[in-house]
Design a protein around this ligand. Structure first.
Ligand SMILES: NC(=O)c1ccc[n+]([C@@H]2O[C@H](COP(=O)([O-])OP(=O)(O)OC[C@H]3O[C@@H](n4cnc5c(N)ncnc54)[C@H](O)[C@@H]3O)[C@@H](O)[C@H]2O)c1
Ligand SMILES: O=c1ccn([C@@H]2O[C@H](COP(=O)(O)OP(=O)(O)O[C@H]3O[C@H](CO)[C@H](O)[C@H](O)[C@H]3O)[C@@H](O)[C@H]2O)c(=O)[nH]1
Length: 333
C-alpha cells in the first residue's frame, strides 16, 4: 500500500482520483480549502486537511503523518473566462500554489508529483489531433499559468530531482459510474453539466456559444474524456516516475460538437435540452482534439468510456440522483 497526498481532492477531478486510489487500497490525505470543492466529495477513510496549499501550517499538517509516495496536485483556479478578467491573480496563484506544494514535497523527501495541466497550453492549435510536439501558445492567463507551472517543475526536477508527470486534460466530463461522486461547480461553466441541467429544468436554457465555426455543424468541437478515465491515467503514470518525468496530452481522440452534446443528452435523458443560439465566447478555439497516442503506448492507458453517450449517461445519472449536487448530501446527513 502506498501513501498519497491529493491537493484539490474535494474537487471534481481530484475526488474521482481519490476514489480510484482508495479502490486500489492506497492511503490518501486530501489538502483542500473547500473554496470550490465539497467536504462530502471526500470519501470515508480519507483524512481531509481543510486549508490552502500556500499555508505553511496546512502543509505541515498534511505532510506531518508520514512520508508520501507521491503528490497529486489538482488544486488551482481553473476558469478560463475568469482568468481573462483577473489575469494576475491566475498567474500568481496557480504558480504559488504549485510551488508551495512542490517545495513541501521536496522538503519531506517526496520526489514524485503529478500535476493537472490543460489543453489550454496549445491556444489555437496548428493541427488536429494535438500531440505533445505541437507549439505551446496559451491564449488565456489560465493556460499561461499552467505553462509556468510546467516550467517550474522542469527546474525543480533539474535542481531538486523532483520527478513529475504533467497531464494535459482536454474536456473532463461524466461522473463516477458507481454514483459515489460527480460534477458540482459553482459557477458551472462546462457544457455537459449545463446541458443536463437545462434538460432537467434545474437551470435556464443552454446558450450555444457560436454557430459559425469552421466545423461540420458550425458549433465548437471538443474532446470529452471521462473523469474516471482521467483518474486511471494518474495511477498509470505513477510507476513511470521511478525513471523519468513525463508530459502527456489526455483525451479520447474523438471530437464532438456542441450540437452532438445536446443531441446526446436528449437521447440519454429522454428530454429536450432547451437552448438558444448565441455568439462565440471570446477565446474559444473551433476544435480541440487530443492525440493520446504517447500516453497509450507508454502506459497502456485506454479509455473505458470512449463514447460520448456513455460519458453523458454517468453524468446524467449522478445529476438526476443529486439535483442539488453535494448540498443535497449535506442536508440528508
Ligand atoms: N475540469 C476540466 O475539464 C479540466 C480541464 C483541464 C484541466 N483541469 C485542471 O484540473 C484540475 C482540477 O479541475 P477540477 O475541474 O476538478 O476543478 P475543481 O475546482 O472542481 O477542483 C479544484 C479543487 O482545488 C481546491 N483548491 C483550489 N485552490 C486551492 C488552494 N490554493 N489550496 C487548497 N485547495 C484549493 C478547490 O476547493 C477544489 O476543491 C485543475 O488544476 C484544473 O485546472 C480541469
Ligand atoms: O454554456 C456553454 C458552455 C460551453 N459551450 C461550448 O461548449 C464547448 C465546451 O466548453 P466548456 O466550457 O465545457 O469547456 P472548454 O473547452 O471551454 O474548457 C475546457 O478546456 C479548457 C482548455 O481549453 C480548460 O482546460 C477548461 O478547464 C476546460 O473545461 C465549447 O465549444 C464552448 O464554446 C457552449 O456552447 N455553451
Amino acid at each position: 500500500m502506498g501513501r498519497y497526498l491529493v491537493t484539490g481532492g474535494a474537487g471534481y477531478v481530484g475526488s474521482h482520483t481519490v476514489l480510484a486510489l482508495r479502490d486500489r487500497g492506497e492511503d490518501v490525505v486530501v489538502l483542500d480549502d473547500l473554496s470550490k470543492g465539497h467536504r462530502e466529495a471526500v470519501p470515508a477513510g480519507v483524512r481531509l486537511v481543510d486549508g490552502r496549499c500556500e499555508d505553511r501550517r496546512a502543509l505541515a499538517e498534511a505532510f506531518g503523518g508520514g512520508r508520501f509516495d507521491a503528490v497529486l496536485h489538482f488544486a488551482a483556479l481553473s476558469l478560463v473566462g475568469d482568468s481573462m478578467r483577473d489575469p494576475l491573480r491566475y498567474m500568481a496563484e496557480n504558480l504559488s500554489t504549485l510551488s508551495a506544494v512542490a517545495s513541501a514535497a521536496v522538503q519531506h523527501d517526496c520526489r514524485r508529483l503529478v500535476m493537472s495541466s490543460t489543453a489550454a497550453l496549445f491556444g489555437f492549435p496548428e493541427r488536429i489531433p494535438i500531440d505533445e510536439e505541437q507549439r505551446l501558445g496559451p491564449v488565456s492567463p489560465y493556460g499561461e499559468s499552467k505553462l509556468m507551472c510546467e516550467r517550474a517543475l522542469d527546474w525543480a526536477e533539474r535542481i531538486h530531482g523532483l520527478r513529475f508527470a504533467s497531464l494535459r486534460y482536454f474536456n473532463a466530463a461524466g461522473a463516477d459510474p458507481e454514483g459515489r461522486a460527480g460534477e458540482d461547480h459553482d459557477p458551472e461553466t462546462h457544457l455537459v453539466p449545463l446541458a443536463i441541467d437545462a434538460a432537467l429544468g434545474l437551470r435556464p436554457p443552454l446558450m450555444v456559444f457560436g454557430t459559425d465555426y469552421p466545423t461540420d455543424d458550425g458549433t465548437g468541437v471538443r474532446d470529452y474524456v471521462h473523469v474516471t478515465d482521467l483518474a486511471d491515467a494518474h495511477l498509470r503514470v505513477l510507476p513511470l516516475l521511478e525513471k523519468q518525468s513525463v508530459r502527456y496530452n489526455l483525451g479520447n481522440g474523438t471530437g464532438y460538437s456542441v450540437r452532438d452534446v445536446i443531441e446526446t443528452v436528449e437521447r440519454v435523458g429522454g428530454r429536450r435540452v432547451p437552448h438558444a443560439l448565441g455568439p462565440r465566447r471570446e477565446g474559444d478555439p473551433a476544435v480541440l482534439v487530443a492525440s493520446s497516442a504517447k500516453l497509450r503506448a507508454e502506459t497502456g492507458w485506454s479509455p473505458r468510456f470512449a463514447k460520448l453517450e456513455d460519458i453523458v449517461r454517468t453524468a446524467w445519472d449522478w445529476r438526476a440522483a443529486h439535483p442539488q449536487g453535494y448540498a443535497g448530501a449535506r442536508q440528508a446527513a
